[in-house]
Design a protein around this ligand. Structure first.
Ligand code: CA
Length: 245
């Protein structure tokens, strides 16, 4: 029996937050091509903004112009490598941009097949049957210490090292993303977000907001408002993708 194709809808909001002078987050998506990206840049002056917007552009360009000769996740991994190179070489050409980098989390979908890729501590989640599940694993010092049993989640949240990421785009010659293969079901809701959301809101609060029966763009706005009400210490970006029948 043939199953009906899965169709997707998406919305995103990015916000400076309440403390930072500028917004170094960036996002991009194409529902038609099944590509969704969130990046969180870092670096002095305008460098973080340049790194994150460059990464989004370097992902979107090839992934919305595929010739179909390679599988989507292979093309996506190649796009991540190209984005890394583009940021790295741009940073090397300019003293001002030296050391800039960005996180990246991406969702790729092709009917029921879905993949999440990440570098750094921007996260991908899936809400299914009212349960929120974090799909990606942060590339951060505290996450590594948790995995080694040297720290618990609460200590991680309070750690002065919580901002230290162990993988980023643009800071080294080569970087590989982690790739998570998923199967999308109608009703699934995917969330890609920067740490400005997840540092302010617990997963259980995010889960309860995502269950509200309102349009996707309202869900994004509510997440951002809640993060701002909780302090808005960092830039906040959320991108929501819903799988429908
Ligand atoms: Ca951030």
């Amino acid at each position: 029996m043939a199953t009906a194709a899965v169709h997707y809808a998406a919305a995103a909001v990015t916000d400076r937050g309440r403390k930072r002078p500028s917004n170094e987050d960036a996002f991009g998506f194409s529902i038609e091509h099944g590509v969704y990206v969130v990046c969180d840049g870092m670096g002095g002056a305008a460098a973080g903004e340049i790194a994150s917007s460059l990464a989004v552009a370097e992902m979107m360009q090839p992934l919305t112009h595929r010739d179909g000769s390679n599988p989507l996740p292979a093309d996506a991994e190649q796009a991540v490598a190209a984005a890394n190179q583009a940021i790295f070489s741009r940073a090397q050409r300019s003293q001002k941009l030296s050391g800039m980098g960005t996180t990246l989390v991406a969702l790729l979908v092709e009917d029921r097949n879905a993949w999440m890729l990440n570098v750094g501590d921007s996260r991908g989640y899936r809400l299914r049957n009212s349960r929120l599940e974090q799909i990606t694993i942060d590339h951060s010092l505290v996450e590594e210490q948790i995995r080694l049993g040297q720290m618990n989640r609460l200590e991680a949240l309070r750690s002065p090292l919580k901002n230290v990421i162990t993988r980023a785009l643009g800071t080294q010659n080569l970087v590989a993303p982690d790739v998570f293969e998923l199967e999308a079901e109608p009703g699934d809701l995917f969330l890609l977000c920067s740490d400005g959301l997840t540092r302010e809101l617990s997963d259980s609060l995010i889960e309860s907001i995502l269950q509200l029966d309102v349009p996707l763009d309202d869900l994004c706005s509510r997440l951002v408002s809640a993060a701002n009400e909780a302090g808005g210490h960092d830039n906040i970006t959320c991108l929501l993708v819903r799988a429908g029948a």
